[in-house]
Design a protein around this ligand. Structure first.
Ligand code: AHR
Length: 314
């Protein structure tokens, strides 16, 4: 009806739970599963009602989830964008509905306008720096100044921020070392199965071309673990015949290092749950957030693996 004065409330009644809609990419890796667990556990601990949606690695499913959160008028939307581009329309809709959007883990690029106008904060790792760390670790470890070092690269999901940035960061370091060459580079979609499959084809074509693969750089641990299997099945020793460096620092990587099959992992922490819940509460309370919250991370070579494994939380 009409006539009655509309109540203009900006703050939430104390008895109502904050509702957070979260669109997850999928369950493609050990990292992703740990990320999901972190978000679910932290939401529960914070007393936040979490509407969780798994997109099975499809952008269209993520867009659908975001639209449904808008329709349900959730208090805050958070998502980890599977790829960088293609979010313009749905983020404009969220903005029009005045629902704040938090980016977790991965960032975006808008085809027009400034991406920063469409989200309140981006919390997650510096993927370019992770790529640089992988490159620096490799150059220090190999100690080869003139001899050619042949590298194969397993890239993450095509068009995703971590695949683009980890490639760029690694290449930045290699540029200063002309004897290091990436001879093959292909996507393994951040999964073990794809990592294994692509490594098999790398090994086959290297053999056919009479090339020696010295190093594998994998954009995540899961692909490296899949590739380790392919290398063993080809009769070679992973970690010795082929030096392997990957990114994430999941338990599976530490176990592979202890077994001597992986040489180093560059940390990328999936434990974003508590930060996300704090940010959600702050937003609802009307606070302004920092536009960028960078996760602090380290580098773990094989020699520290057995000492570090008991401390690993994912
Ligand atoms: O966006 C982070 C990346 O996504 C992790 O490195 C990878 O394992 C995950 O699937």
């Amino acid at each position: 009806g009409c006539g009655g004065a509309k109540q203009e409330t900006t703050t939430k009644p104390a008895d109502k739970k904050i509702v957070l809609g979260f669109s997850q990419i999928g369950a493609e890796s050990e990292w992703r599963t740990a990320n999901t667990e972190s978000i679910k556990a932290s939401a529960q601990a914070a007393g936040i009602e979490l509407k969780f949606s798994d997109a099975q690695q499809k952008q269209e499913n993520q867009i659908k989830a975001l639209r449904s959160f808008i329709q349900q008028k959730v208090d805050v939307i958070a998502f980890s964008p599977v790829v960088e581009t293609g979010w313009d329309a749905v983020l404009q809709e969220a903005k029009a509905a005045k629902i704040p959007v938090i980016l977790t883990d991965r960032s975006i690029k808008m085809s027009s306008g400034n991406a920063e106008d469409y989200y309140v904060t981006f919390m997650g790792s510096d993927f370019v720096e992770e790529g640089r760390r992988a490159g620096k670790w490799l150059v220090d470890f190999m100690k080869k100044d003139n001899e050619v070092v042949n590298i194969v690269e397993l890239q993450g999901t095509v068009g995703s921020a971590p695949a683009i940035d980890r490639k760029a960061g690694f290449e930045e370091i290699l540029k200063q070392h002309a004897n290091y060459k990436v001879i093959k580079s292909q996507t393994g979609d951040f999964t073990r199965a794809k990592g294994k499959e692509v490594m098999e084809s790398f090994l086959k074509s290297a053999k056919a071309d009479g090339e020696k693969i010295d190093v594998l750089y994998a954009h995540n641990d899961d692909m490296a673990i899949g590739a380790i299997q392919a290398i063993e099945e080809a009769g070679l020793k992973p970690g010795k015949d082929i030096i392997i460096v990957s990114i994430d620092g999941v338990k599976g990587a530490f176990e592979a290092m202890i077994a001597g099959k992986l040489n180093a992992t560059i940390e990328c922490s999936p434990l974003l749950g508590d930060q996300l819940m704090t940010a959600t509460k702050d937003l609802v309370a009307g606070k302004t957030l920092d536009k960028r919250i960078v996760t602090k991370e380290g580098v773990f070579p094989a020699e520290v693996a057995s000492k570090e494994l008991p401390n690993r939380k994912y």
